[in-house]
Design a binder for this molecule. Structure first.
Ligand SMILES: *Cc1c(COP(=O)(O)O)cnc(C)c1O
Length: 226
């Protein structure tokens, strides 16, 4: 088995074991492999190993990879900060946007999607005090949820978050679960929780995550930080 196949199998085994320990079904969980900074050849290899969901955080890189791998049945998840003027281009290849954090971006994505099937979006929470990190402030969750429900070309799946650096992951994901409940009080169908990365996906599963965004634990080290 290649190193990549090995790492994928070992992460998947941990996901399954953690789900079992949490009394959850493995099929409730979507494992997204974050391939940013890795070459198209690695994404192709992942596809050959049966991976269907891949994540990217930069529009130019994502668009180039999606175009080159158009013939493969991959779902592209956009997980990075997104500028409004890229909304149309991102809708052309993305199955979902996990980083929806403001009404203006939602409006731009909506306007770009008249003739397209609805785009899955996750409302990104900012768990830190640093506005530069992206994500909506906890205070703004209800307002943005209500706004998203007025945009028929977007389908609000749930919330997304990255644990704050240095914080205890389990308590971070407990906060995410609480925010998810607030969203669901307004949007009952928005049950998904996109949380958990290479270092903390186990804690995320224990706190109810449904979409895991896992990079380096599967892909190996990235050549550029990010
Ligand atoms: C890079 C990235 C990931 C994956 O990070 P790893 O630590 O490599 O697993 C997940 N989510 C987002 C938003 C990212 O930018």
């Amino acid at each position: 088995m290649s190193d990549l196949a090995d790492r994928l199998a070992s992460v998947d085994a941990e996901i399954a074991a953690t789900a079992r320990a949490a009394g959850r079904e493995r099929r409730e969980l979507t494992r997204i492999v974050v391939t940013k900074f890795h070459p198209v050849s690695l994404v192709r290899e992942l596809a050959e190993l049966g991976v269907q969901d891949v994540g990217e955080n930069r529009h130019q890189e994502a668009a180039a990879k999606a175009a080159e791998l158009e013939s493969l049945a991959l779902r592209w998840h956009f997980v990075g900060q997104l500028q409004r003027n890229k909304a149309r281009a991102v809708r052309a290849y993305a199955a979902s946007v996990h980083s929806l954090d403001r009404a203006a971006l939602a409006d731009a994505l909506h306007r770009a999607g008249d003739a397209l099937p609805p785009l899955d979006v996750f409302l990104e929470l900012n768990l830190t005090d640093d506005p530069a990190r992206g994500g909506v402030d906890p205070d703004g969750v209800e307002h943005l949820t209500e706004h998203l429900l007025t945009l028929p070309s977007l389908r609000l799946r749930g919330v997304m978050a990255v644990a704050s650096p240095g914080a205890e992951p389990r308590s971070e994901f407990a906060r995410v679960r609480a925010a998810s409940e607030r969203v669901r009080a307004i949007a009952p169908d928005a049950v998904a929780i996109s949380a958990g990365m290479s270092g903390d996906f186990r804690e995320a599963i224990l706190e109810g995550a449904t979409h895991l965004r896992i990079g380096t634990a599967i892909t190996g080290k990235r050549s550029t930080p990010g």
